[in-house]
Design a protein around this ligand. Structure first.
Ligand SMILES: C[S@@+](CC[C@H](N)C(=O)[O-])C[C@H]1O[C@@H](n2cnc3c(N)ncnc32)[C@H](O)[C@@H]1O
Length: 388
């Protein structure tokens, strides 16, 4: 990740624009660390400065999610200039264009632009992508959504899509458990989960859980299917028992069944002469439309320091969601930012609350519209409301 180590650093006064980079606010340090609100080409994000004796490290705050490295480099370079600092070391020289992977789609795309009228297949944890790309080539009228949290694998498959001119694959690197929750009911025809990490000693870490199956059943169309292929009998048994708890279920199971394309993991397990288990679930239920979660605004106001005190006292894990408030970054006597982490323990989301000019808002933008995030938001609102 781009960063610069500098000396003779002076905290500049925001707001200002330098070299086309908007610096909207700059906090004072909390302990030895401060944040800088930056805007470039409609991307809002934070830089962090960390002071250590007479040296300062300037880097990007990854909680504020921005995929383009060159944008981060530009922001760091301009901030160093604004702070009149001398670079001791940096990796912020812009040497080439950021790759434009047109098959990569962020969550906002799926929430705001994606057309759910086409037939949709989803592959969760596609790894090397062999199975998904095979499906994409053989089913050109279907839109294939690939979800893969391992960024290097996602990037490899994005490159392959570009080289092979594949345009019916959309790739996202979010946790599939959270992603499914944000899709409309009755919108997906097939969900593939091939060789998920078995977590035989820690089943709670598996992608599949009771909650996941409920989400999958909701997004699957009537007649839609979910396929698990695994080398772990434990995982197959566990999934079987969750599916059999549904009050409607058509399920078929196969052992050592051949399929047309062998994934990287399948090849590995074949060499070790492992057994393979396939479960195919067919959905026979049409689900009610999901409640649309949109409103993440705050009506009340308190000072950010009071908020942090109360949030620390009151916020605890409960009812399938959690929220915790940690670091505070003062902007002036009244205003500041507080970092919050919210959602579920499996896929938590970190972002900031900006307390500015008598208003509170999320920074850089509202949390993803999941149930857990909304419950966490309500909890934050209650903490704020109690203290007006
Ligand atoms: C054992 S690999 C299998 C890869 C591929 N399906 C294959 O058969 O070769 C499991 C993959 O699932 C991905 N993964 C794990 N949990 C995930 C999640 N919650 N959402 C999306 N991908 C996930 C991992 O990063 C990993 O690449």
């Amino acid at each position: 990740m781009p960063h610069a180590l500098v000396e003779s650093f002076e905290i500049p006064k925001a707001p200002f624009v330098l070299e086309g980079v908007e610096f909207e606010f700059i906090s004072l340090p909390y302990k030895n660390c401060g944040v800088v609100g930056v805007k470039i080409d409609n991307h809002n994000f934070l830089l962090k400065y960390i002071q250590n004796e007479n040296k300062t490290l300037i880097k990007y705050d990854k909680a504020t999610r921005i995929p383009k490295l060159n944008i981060i480099k530009r922001a760091i370079n301009s901030f160093c200039n604004a702070a009149n600092s001398k670079k001791l070391h940096s990796n912020t020289v812009i040497t080439r264009k950021d790759p434009e992977y047109k098959n990569y789609k962020n969550i906002d795309f799926f929430l705001e632009e994606f057309n759910f009228d086409k037939e949709i297949w989803i592959e969760i944890g596609f790894g090397s992508g062999r199975h998904m790309l095979h499906n994409a080539k053989n089913n050109p009228s279907v839109v294939h959504i690939g979800l893969e949290i391992h960024k290097a694998s996602a990037e490899q498959v994005l490159k392959q899509c570009m080289l092979q001119n594949i345009d019916n694959v959309y790739i996202n690197d979010s946790d599939a458990r959270m992603f499914l929750e944000m899709l409309p009911a009755n919108s997906v025809s097939k969900i593939f989960i091939h060789f998920p990490v078995p977590w035989d000693k820690a089943p709670h870490r598996r992608v599949i859980s009771k909650n996941f199956i409920n989400e999958a059943v909701t997004v699957l169309k009537e007649g839609g299917r979910l396929e698990l292929r695994t080398d772990s009998k434990g995982y197959a048994d566990y999934t079987y028992s969750i599916l059999m708890d549904l009050d409607f279920c058509e399920l078929s199971a196969k052992k050592n069944h051949f399929i047309e394309v062998s994934s990287k993991y399948e090849d590995r397990w074949k060499k070790e002469e492992k057994d393979f288990y396939d479960l195919v679930f067919i959905n026979h239920k049409s689900s009610d439309e999901k409640e649309i979660i949109k409103d993440f605004s705050f009506s009340g106001y308190i000072n950010y320091e009071d908020f942090l005190k109360n949030a620390k006292e009151h916020v605890e894990p409960e009812d399938g969601f959690f929220v915790s408030a940690k670091e505070k970054y003062p902007l002036n006597a009244k205003d500041g930012l507080v970092k919050v982490t919210m959602g579920t323990f499996n896929s938590p989301q970190s972002l900031y609350l900006l307390f500015k000019d008598g208003k509170i808002s999320y920074y850089p933008k509202a949390p993803y519209p999941t149930k857990a995030n909304f419950l966490a938001h309500k909890k934050l609102e209650a903490i704020i409301g109690k203290n007006i």
